[in-house]
Design a protein around this ligand. Structure first.
Ligand code: ADP
Ligand code: MG
Length: 224
């Protein structure tokens, strides 16, 4: 019980998130419905309305993708997980996206096992969200690195990019109420990431230098 949140606490975190997510999904749905009603009354197909509807559907799709692995935490699924496996599986998912920008995706790890207790789908969601942001922030021909290491009783994961960095004045807003600086962002990725890390008794820290890059540092209690 010590290494995971109480079930009731977890559920309340999910409840808070769900309310916000529902709100974000309802806006594009309302707009889709309105434009479909307009289309119903049009004698010919109106391409402009279709384009608006498509844009809104894509926004819902992005929200759904951010939530892909965010399932209800389940105490029974908290088992020993190997961080190297999760890192490899995550980078594999992004190979095509990285290749389009000629980005190198690299893992640095010593030969030692890096194990923590947790829910694999949720931990993978954390890696996916952070690597996705790293790739999006990094210009062509550069590198995104995942570094695994052990310090004392902690496992540490660095997700390092060589991208545009995060301005100091917005560092404090990360992970809060759908904060995004992207034209078609959801602002959901970090909110979910922070929630999952909390569920795993982990910590997250961000260091960033404008035009040099950003490093997210995660620490989790080591599994025996
Ligand atoms: P989204 O990616 O949909 O914008 P996130 O919650 O994943 O939402 O990220 C919130 C914001 O944090 C981003 O819009 C961006 O401004 C900033 N951010 C997150 N990760 C990075 C990064 N690696 N480099 C630069 N900015 C970042
Ligand atoms: Mg994101």
């Amino acid at each position: 019980a010590e290494r995971s949140m109480m079930q009731s606490e977890k559920l309340s975190v999910i409840g808070e998130l769900s309310a916000g997510i529902l709100h974000e999904v309802r806006n594009p749905l309302t707009s889709i419905k309105g434009f479909l009603q307009l289309l119903q009354n049009e004698p010919v197909i109106n391409k402009e309305y279709i384009n608006i509807i498509m844009g809104e559907v894509e926004q819902i799709e992005r929200i759904a993708n951010e939530l892909l692995y965010f399932t209800k935490p389940n105490a029974e699924r908290f088992i020993t997980q190997d961080l190297l496996t999760i890192a490899k599986e995550t980078l594999f998912l992004f190979e095509t996206q990285a290749a389009k920008k000629n980005l190198k995706l690299e893992i640095q790890a010593d030969g030692c096992p890096h194990r923590i207790n947790g829910d694999k789908t949720q931990l993978k969601q954390v890696f996916v969200n952070l690597v996705k942001n790293a790739i999006e922030a990094t210009p062509e021909n550069r590198i995104v690195t995942v570094v695994l290491s052990t310090t004392g009783q902690q496992e540490q994961v660095l997700i390092k990019d060589t991208g545009h960095g995060i301005p100091k004045n917005i560092l404090g807003k990360l992970g809060k109420s759908f904060f995004t600086t992207k034209e078609s962002g959801t602002g959901l990725g970090l909110m979910i990431t922070y929630t999952i890390i909390r569920n795993h008794n982990g910590k997250i820290k961000v260091d960033s230098m404008e035009n040099e890059g950003t490093t997210f540092t995660l620490t989790f209690p080591r599994a025996e």
